[in-house]
Structure formats: C-alpha cells, structure tokens
Design a protein around this ligand. Structure first.
Ligand SMILES: *Cc1c(COP(=O)(O)O)cnc(C)c1O
Length: 374
C-alpha cells in the first residue's frame, strides 16, 4: 500500500524559515512588526491595487468588507449559493438580506445571467466569488454594477495570480479579499487580506480590523470592530510565499494539464474547463463532477479513493440548503438545480503544491480504475 496522498500540502521551502527567524531574533512577533506592512504593500501591488489590509483570515476579511461598505439592515446582497459559508455569514451577520443565484454548469461560478432578475431597489452589492480556478465572467457583473449603482465585493480567496482578461483577480471589487489558508496559492497558515483603491475604505478596513481604536483617546470607541489583526510571524511566511507565486502558478497549471490529459477521455466525469475566452484555468483545485446517470454520488467515490490512499474534499454545500440558515427562516423552498447537482456529485483530487508527476498519475489512474467498476 503506497503512502496516503493528502488533498493538500503547502510548499514552505523558500525564505519562510529565514524570515520567521528574523521575527524571533528581533522580537517582532505581533501585528506591529515590519512584515505585515511589507506583505500589504507587495500583495496590493501584485493585484494592481493601491491599499492592502492584512487580517487574520479570509472569512474575517469578508466580515470587514461588508462592514466597511456600510452594508447592513435594509440592504440586499446578491451572491452565489455555491460558495463557502464565510460569504453568507458576513452578509447575514451584518443584518443585510442574502440573495442567491445558481451556478454556471461549465465554470461552477455564479451564473451572471441570473443576477439582473434578482436586483431590487434595496440591492446594495454583488458579492462575486471566483471558484476553483476560473474567474467569474466579470464584464456582465461590472455592467450591472454600473447600471444599478451597486458595490462589488470580490472574493478572490482562491485566485492569487489569476487574471480576468488582462486584469488581475482582486482588482475588480470596491473591496476585494484573499485568503492565505494553507490550501491557497499563497499561505500564512491562517490569514487574509483586503485590497482596495479607495483610501477611505482602506482606512475603514484598518479600523474594523483593529477594534476601532481612535486616535484622541486610547480605549475609547465610536464603532464596534474586531481584533482581526495578522501577526508579524504570519506575514513573514506570506512575504516568502509571495516571492514564489509565479512559480506556484506554473506548478498548478502543470498539475491541471496532467490531470486533464489522463482524465479527459473518461465520459463518467466532468473535469475543469481548461480555459474560457477570458482566462486560462489556474487550477486552485482540480475538481470533478460525476455524471448523474451513473447513479452514484461523490461520497461513495471519495470513500473508495480514501481506502486506496487518496485524499479528496467534497464540493461546497449550497447556502440555500444550510440548516443554520433554514432555521433562521432563510432560503426555505428555494431551489438552485445546478448548485444542488454539483454539490452532490462534485469533489476534488489532491491539488497541493507538493504534487508531482508521479503522485498525479497515481491519483488520476486510481480514479479511473475506481470508475471503471461503476
Ligand atoms: C478559503 C476561502 C475563504 C475563507 O478563507 P479563510 O482564510 O479560510 O477564512 C473565503 N472564500 C473562499 C471562496 C475561499 O475559498
């Protein structure tokens, strides 16, 4: 039995150790240390933004983005049902009404053609989420935002280094966010960042990240923030990771190509679209959707792959089916058939940066052999 291939492993063999030692040697371990500012500046520049505000994780970045844009009671925000709960949580906690759209069956991103029908006089923002490797078709979103005077929050947590046409993902939102969780292209262990071009929004993000302390009197507060700061230790890892982003993207795309070449002949699965007119897939993860006609779901195949030493993760579980929201009276009776199908039939294969040709071949061929028995 070969050793287990985990669904993700970060690659930390650049300057991570060196920069971490600098933190320890200098005593700068809190958010006051110099790597935090360095990461903010370098990351913002990388995605063509003026300002970066580093935070403790990507979910916290979404909370802050919603708050910084003054979204709350009486507002509606449109976003995909097929996403991580962090998106919905930020909207629901703000007091705004979450409004869902279904997924595109090819890209698995929000179906941008369903947005306009959901816009009402109360709609304040569209939260776009780029999912798994291809960006949302931004032209339609930008047009709608302009036409109806809506804000855009861009969740680019999975899109470090990806472009939509000639512009970086993360450059489209009034505020855009990234996550630095270990399965993202750039990791800080736990971490995230908000990026924006508007100075006053950056200032609001900084305030909400730091408990809304005010200058005149320490420990006096006019608004409620969070302690969502990033430590210098985390930022040190991030700076080292960012140095290698281009290299990481090459690795991911090679992984995607190799998986595609082995799996593309199998008619029992849908594999990621290699490109759209506007972007090449960056393969944050290599996702698969099992053909419904097989009569088996992702759970079964994932179990069989696990038994053969291959780690997998299921696709997102749609927001409209989340018990936590249904109990709050949200989304009851709503139905989004594409999201429901891909959530049931979809999962992803090991896609981390430590994958190599041999491991990819093992994973892909094991999948083919499991599927050949179905
Ligand atoms: C990872 C991720 C997040 C959340 O980031 P954390 O750092 O894990 O809180 C948000 N949105 C998307 C699309 C993600 O993939």
């Amino acid at each position: 039995m070969p050793t287990f291939i985990p669904v993700n492993e970060p690659l930390l063999n650049g300057n991570e150790k060196k920069y971490l030692n600098e933190c320890i040697d200098s005593g700068w371990i809190s958010s006051e240390g110099p790597f935090v500012g360095k990461l903010e500046t370098q990351f913002a520049e990388r995605v063509s933004r003026e300002y970066g505000v580093a935070v403790c994780n990507g979910s916290a970045a979404l909370d802050i983005a919603v708050k910084a844009l003054n979204i709350g009671k009486g507002d509606e925000v449109i976003f995909p049902t097929f996403t991580i709960i962090s998106c919905a949580a930020a909207i629901v906690r703000s007091g705004a009404v979450p409004v869902l759209v279904d997924s595109d069956p090819i890209t698995w991103n929000m179906d941008v053609n369903q947005i306009e029908a959901k816009i009402t006089p109360r709609t304040k923002a569209i939260m776009v989420v780029h999912i798994y490797g291809l960006p949302v078709d931004m032209d339609t979103v930008l047009m709608l935002a302009q036409k109806y005077n809506l804000r855009i929050i861009e969740d680019a947590a999975e899109m470090h280094g990806q472009y939509y046409k000639d512009k970086p993902c993360g450059s489209f939102g009034d505020i855009s966010i990234f996550s630095f969780y270990p399965n993202k292209h750039v990791t800080t262990g736990e971490g995230g960042i908000l990026v924006t071009n508007e100075e006053h929004l950056a200032a609001r993000c900084r305030a909400f990240r730091d408990l809304c302390f005010i200058k005149e009197r320490r420990f006096k507060h006019e608004e409620l923030g969070w302690n969502n700061r990033m430590s210098n230790l985390q930022a040190a890892v991030g700076v080292a990771q960012l140095e290698r982003l281009d290299e990481f993207i090459v690795l991911k795309r090679e992984m995607g190509k190799l998986y595609t070449s082995i799996l593309s002949g199998c008619n029992k699965i849908q594999i990621p679209q290699p490109s759209m007119t506007y972007s090449e897939n960056i393969y944050w993860v290599f996702g698969l959707v099992l053909d419904e006609n097989l009569g088996i779901n992702a759970q079964l195949i994932m179990k069989e792959l696990g038994d053969r030493g291959i780690g997998t993760r299921p696709f997102f579980y749609p927001m409209h089916l989340q018990p936590v929201f249904n109990k709050m009276g949200l989304f009851n009776g709503e139905s989004y058939p594409v999201a429901e199908r891909i959530a049931e039939q979809g999962f992803y294969l090991p896609s981390g940066l430590t994958m190599n040709k041999e491991k990819i071949e093992i994973c892909a061929n094991t999948l083919l052999s499991v599927l050949s028995e179905k």
